[in-house]
Design a protein around this ligand. Structure first.
Ligand SMILES: NC(=O)c1ccc[n+]([C@@H]2O[C@H](COP(=O)([O-])OP(=O)(O)OC[C@H]3O[C@@H](n4cnc5c(N)ncnc54)[C@H](OP(=O)(O)O)[C@@H]3O)[C@@H](O)[C@H]2O)c1
Length: 333
């Protein structure tokens, strides 16, 4: 089968489409004929080696976390799926390989593909949709009527987070550049901050939470903008102690502690909880997102679709960081 791999850690040139053996199907695994996959910044962070402390994947490393396709085979103990089912999934963290003709996943992380959308649109959902749901409902424990600021509302995560926040009954502020103001409003944002003209500190926003996808560039301002007792959920910057204990080798943990001192102190001073979220694959939550899609309450946004052979162009577009929604790759038809 053909698969996209990074032959070693490095820049765009290490990316290749290669022939690989079919994945081994364990007793609880589902083998999926991938029809479409989507890209996430994690793919270039893994390719470059930036993520290797937390995800020590041996090279050549198969890339791609999000798939939509058709079940080709199931392991002996699989009860939920059968050959021919249309499914989608955020693959397990240490078993990437979604940018391939076949991908394998534990049955627990798989969900039935939404009936009303294409494989391409379904592939745009898992990682970004689950991150958004987990950030708002679990990490920040938000409840209806509360106010949240979602950074980068036009991006792959932001474009789903705005819609999911509205489904959860939240009042949504978002940051974006001038060209995307109408777009984020069309997704449901109640208030838009044009980051090219206005800083977050300019006005008090009385926020219960900030979902910060931007990282170091904005986390301190996010903490200042959150009211006492509120939460900032970060996904794009440095992790926190809980992540370091769970995912990093012991020798790296003191460095995380040192590097996050300013953020920790700012949060303590402001009476704000900072939580780093490392999203988790979850088939049950994915099924919930699929329900919202089929009910027309949640719409995946595709920035652009690429053919499998255009994988270098697709990664280049992802790394520009200007996508409006998700970048999708068609694997087979
Ligand atoms: N920890 C986790 O589990 C987890 C999970 C998901 C994602 N993430 C991380 O979250 C980050 C975002 O992911 P993504 O998929 O949303 O990325 P993305 O789709 O590549 O983000 C692109 C978007 O960012 C916007 N943007 C860039 N600079 C901005 C700024 N200063 N203010 C507001 N918007 C800005 C751009 O809009 P304009 O063109 O309008 O500037 C563009 O629409 C990445 O670092 C990713 O690795 C982490």
């Amino acid at each position: 089968m053909r698969a996209v791999v990074a032959i070693r850690y490095g820049g765009p040139k290490v990316l290749q489409i290669v022939e690989r053996p079919e994945p081994v199907v364990g007793p609880r695994d589902v083998l999926i004929t991938v029809r479409a996959a989507s890209l996430n910044p994690l793919d270039f962070k893994v390719r470059s080696g930036k993520a290797k402390l937390a995800l020590p994947l041996p090279t050549p490393v198969a890339l791609g976390c999000d798939v939509a396709g058709v079940v080709a085979r199931v392991g002996a103990e699989v009860t939920r799926w059968k050959v021919g089912d249309e499914v989608f999934a955020r693959l397990e963290k240490l078993r990437m390989g979604g940018l391939a003709e076949l991908a394998v996943a534990d049955e627990q992380v798989v969900a039935a593909k939404p009936r009303t959308i294409s494989f391409e649109a379904a592939a745009a959902i898992p990682l970004a949709g689950l991150t958004s749901l987990q950030a708002l409902r679990e990490s920040a424990a938000m409840t209806s009527g509360q106010r949240v600021l979602i950074h980068a509302g036009a991006g792959g995560v932001g474009s789903l987070a705005i819609q999911i926040a509205k489904i959860l009954g939240l009042h949504v502020l978002t940051t974006t550049s001038t060209k995307n103001i109408d777009f984020v409003r069309s997704l449901g944002a109640d208030e838009v901050i044009d980051y090219t003209r206005e800083t977050l500190d300019a006005t008090p926003h009385d926020l219960d939470a900030v979902f910060d996808t931007l990282g170091a560039a904005s986390e301190l301002a996010s903490i200042r903008a959150t009211k006492r007792g509120g939460t900032v959920v970060g996904v794009g910057g440095l992790p926190d102690g809980a992540f370091a204990r769970a995912w990093l080798p012991a020798w790296a943990r003191p460095a995380v502690w040192m590097l996050t001192t300013r953020r920790r102190r700012a949060a303590t001073r402001a009476g704000v909880r900072f939580v780093y979220l490392f999203m988790r694959p979850d088939g049950a939550q994915l099924a919930e997102l699929a329900g919202w899609i089929d009910d027309k309450r949640l719409t995946p946004v595709i920035h652009r679709s690429y053919a499998f052979a255009e994988i270098h162009e697709a990664f280049a577009e992802l790394e520009r960081g200007r996508a409006r929604g998700k970048i999708v790759v068609t694997i087979s038809s």
